[in-house]
Design a protein around this ligand. Structure first.
Ligand code: C5P
Length: 281
């Protein structure tokens, strides 16, 4: 069997509203998620047994890697005894709010389902994805989606209009659990309006999409790392039409006219962090 190559796309959150803490410790969400052209690549080759992971770039190798966990979970769920050699080429920054690890896990589920000829339907893969992490079900599908529950209840929305995206990932990561844990102590003043964002998408109104960008978790992460406020201002001055922190952070993204993300990225001070020009997918 020939190796299978799969792209694992990063995501941003165009809105993220925290509705409250649940008895299971997770937070109930309403978030508009959007996949990006930026992606990691996963190559899968069948082998008689065992999961062997090789990483090119910056990511843990071994049982901590969600790729490894996804492969073991699929083996257990399907009873498949076969193994795989998996090469992960990382481009999406880690601990960044871009769902890099989740995207890799989702791509692994999709790829191994093919490689091992398991024929599991999407709903079964989605259930496995939810066990691996809150963002993994979205990553399995991609596009533009409303995510509810802890992130696993997905409703497709109108595809976003063509947009460039510039990402600035400062040189530190954040713990998603710590950011959610800090939410009870903050009082957001401008809350996301999910319906208005969905309307803006439906109308293909890029200006309204930029105007409706809002993320409750900014109130936690920006208070802890005030340099993110400066990064937002800097990105607006560089020409972004709207700026926001993605997920729990710390990556800040800016939306640009289609094809303009490289121009805007070139104006960003590289001292602020890793700068990536991309677009919505
Ligand atoms: O699901 P995932 O493993 O990605 O979540 C990491 C952590 O983020 C959780 O352990 C939880 O503390 C927090 N989280 C949350 N509510 C969500 C998603 C994540 O509190 N909806």
């Amino acid at each position: 069997m020939l190796p299978i190559n799969i792209k694992a796309h990063a995501k941003i959150n165009l809105t993220l509203r925290v509705l409250g803490k649940r008895p299971d410790g997770y937070h109930e969400l309403e978030t508009v998620m959007q996949s990006l052209a930026l992606h990691d690549t996963i190559t899968l080759t069948s082998q008689p047994r065992g999961i062997q992971l090789t990483v090119a770039g910056d990511a843990p190798v071994g049982p901590d890697n969600l790729v490894h966990q996804a492969a073991l979970l699929l083996q257990a769920a399907s009873g498949c005894g076969r193994g795989a050699a998996i090469t992960l080429t990382k481009r999406i920054p880690l601990a960044a709010g871009l769902a890099g690890g989740s995207a890799d896990a989702a791509a692994t589920l999709l790829g191994l389902n093919k490689l091992w000829n398991l024929g599991l339907p999407l709903n079964q893969l989605l259930a496995l994805a939810a066990k691996l992490g809150s963002d993994v079900p979205f990553c399995l599908q991609g596009g533009t989606m409303l995510a509810q529950g802890r992130g696993e209840v997905l409703t497709p929305l109108a595809a976003a209009p063509a947009l460039g995206v510039v990402l600035i990932k400062p040189n530190f990561g954040v713990s998603t659990a710590a950011v959610y844990g800090g939410f009870a102590a903050v009082k957001p003043t401008r809350r996301p309006n999910t319906k208005a964002m969905a309307q803006a998408l439906l109308k293909q109104d890029a200006r309204a999409v930029a105007a409706e960008l809002a993320n409750d978790l900014e109130y936690v992460t920006l208070a802890k790392f005030p340099q993110l406020v400066q990064i937002k201002q800097h990105l607006l001055q560089a020409g972004a039409q709207g700026v926001l922190m993605s997920g729990s952070g710390p990556t800040i993204f800016g939306l640009t006219a289609p094809g303009h993300s490289a121009l805007v990225a070139a104006k960003v001070d590289p001292a602020l962090g890793q700068v990536i020009a991309s677009s919505i997918n």
